[in-house]
Design a protein around this ligand. Structure first.
Ligand SMILES: Cc1cc2nc3c(=O)[nH]c(=O)nc-3n(C[C@H](O)[C@H](O)[C@H](O)COP(=O)(O)OP(=O)(O)OC[C@H]3O[C@@H](n4cnc5c(N)ncnc54)[C@H](O)[C@@H]3O)c2cc1C
Length: 420
């Protein structure tokens, strides 16, 4: 077999190109890009394989929470990040029936940025990629779709990926599955998943925003309806809750029905709902809440949505994925450099992150069952639940959701050094 060696350990065997690296990350989403950046910054050779050609995707959650902004501060990136065209939300609120309330007030958090930043995910990922590319140890390979794991006995030693040119193999001391909720790595690993169930799906769409509209991002809940409206300056990013699997039924009723339901949920959108004139403008998020029982195998670790798909409730998926990446880098970077990563260390990553994930998921399940389901199933005028009365009348209580949403359970901090 013909064998050629190139600069950073490339071996070409017939038509299968083979790369060697210390850490191969499948997926260039928030978890994969942040882990790639932190490891490369700490001097660990890393290859991130991303199946798409760029980061410009449909809406996938635009919220960058104070905990993530704090990490950008710790990395010295915050001033540049805040120069991007982001919006700041110091408070988020809701309406239930006719009761309008502020649900979370971030202005008291012990973080440098006391607000949610609203930025399209592609802006955030491009920002991280630009910083990561400054480190010679960082290699991002776009249009590389991971299709399988490579094993030696019980150990995972690499991945196979499909490219326009053919198949490549990446051999690594550690493979990280950060390829999201439909993770190929998780599937190929055979790791067991526990599904906590989610009774609703979300339709995401944009509706233009009038200058006189309120500034505030809101959850709008009326009997039988739930609509989240996120202020994105020129437009409202709208998330409409529907019972799980009911999109086809809604499609049969027609777009006019959807427009009517949205206008009823948020009357301030009445004039603009006609913009939703094609189902192509409406994206379905099939909500899942699940987690792997075990996040690792010898030579393999899963993080982010690949380890635990979150409900969009609280908009915490992006931020939890990033927290996983920071914890993984803190625990693994030095040992990856020494090439002494053991499975016991991978267990420590899971132990560190499992508790915050499970706490958040439990809270999401509690909220969906005790709050969202009754709203979606109600056909009478909604009574204001007592926690909402508390939030509406006693501002101090707004600090509790702000802490849970903005910082999460057990926030991580960057402990990895910059090695130049
Ligand atoms: C429509 C929609 C709306 C959402 N809304 C919100 C929200 O409001 N708030 C919130 O917090 N979260 C939201 N989420 C979830 C949020 O996007 C995720 O929780 C978060 O992005 C998880 O980050 P991740 O890096 O683990 O995975 P992902 O962001 O899913 O990134 C995985 C990456 O891996 C790539 N990939 C996948 N398979 C392969 C493969 N085989 N080979 C190579 N690359 C691969 C993907 O292209 C992607 O870039 C939403 C998701 C969707 C789909």
């Amino acid at each position: 077999m013909r064998e050629e060696r190139h600069s950073f350990n490339v071996i070409i065997m017939a038509e299968t190109e083979q790369f060697h690296t210390t850490c191969c990350i499948a997926g260039g989403g928030p978890a994969g890009m942040m882990l790639g950046l932190l490891l490369a910054r700490a001097g660990v050779d890393v290859i991130v394989l991303e199946k798409h050609a760029d980061f410009f995707r449909d809406f996938r959650g635009d919220t960058i929470h104070p905990s993530t902004l704090e990490l950008l501060y710790e990395l010295g990136y915050i001033d540049d990040f805040l120069k991007l065209p982001i919006q700041r939300a110091e408070r988020v609120g809701g309406t239930i029936g006719d009761c309008k309330f502020i649900a979370a007030d971030f202005t008291h958090l012990p973080t440098h940025c006391k607000f949610l930043a609203l930025a399209p995910q592609w802006d955030f990922l491009n920002f991280i990629a630009d910083r990561a590319k400054k480190y010679p140890a960082f290699h991002l390979k776009l249009e590389h779709e991971v299709t399988d794991l490579i094993r030696e006995g019980k150990r995972i030693v690499g991945v196979r990926a499909k490219t326009k040119q053919g198949t490549v193999e990446v051999i690594a001391d550690l493979v990280v599955g950060a390829d999201g909720r439909g993770s190929c790595v998780r599937e190929a690993s055979g790791l067991a998943v526990t599904d906590l169930g989610a009774p609703f799906d979300v339709l995401w769409m944009r509706v233009s925003r009038k200058p006189e509209d309120s500034e505030q991002s809101l959850g709008n809940f009326r009997s039988g309806r739930g609509l989240v409206t996120i202020n994105r300056k020129e437009y409202w990013q709208c998330g409409y809750l529907i019972p799980k699997g009911s999109l086809e039924e809604l499609k049969k009723k027609g777009l006019a029905e959807l427009q009517k339901e949205i206008a009823e949920s948020a009357p301030f959108l009445r004039e603009q709902v006609g913009e939703l004139d094609s189902w192509d403008k409406i994206k379905l998020l099939t909500v899942q809440i699940n987690h792997l029982d075990r996040w690792h195998l010898p030579g393999l670790l899963c993080i982010g949505d690949a380890a635990h798909a979150m409900s969009p409730m609280g908009g915490v998926g992006v931020n939890l994925a990033i927290q996983d990446a920071v914890a993984a880098a803190n625990i693994l970077a030095a040992r990856l450099r020494e090439k002494t990563v053991t499975e016991e260390l991978l267990t420590r990553v899971q132990e560190r992150r499992e508790w915050p994930v499970k706490m958040t998921q439990r809270l999401q399940v509690f909220m969906q069952n005790k709050f969202l389901l009754p709203v979606l199933e109600s056909h009478v005028r909604l009574a204001t639940p007592w926690p909402v009365k508390l939030l509406a009348n006693f501002p101090i209580f707004r600090r509790i959701p702000a802490r849970i949403i903005g910082m999460g359970f057990r926030p991580e901090h960057v402990r990895t050094p910059e090695i130049k």
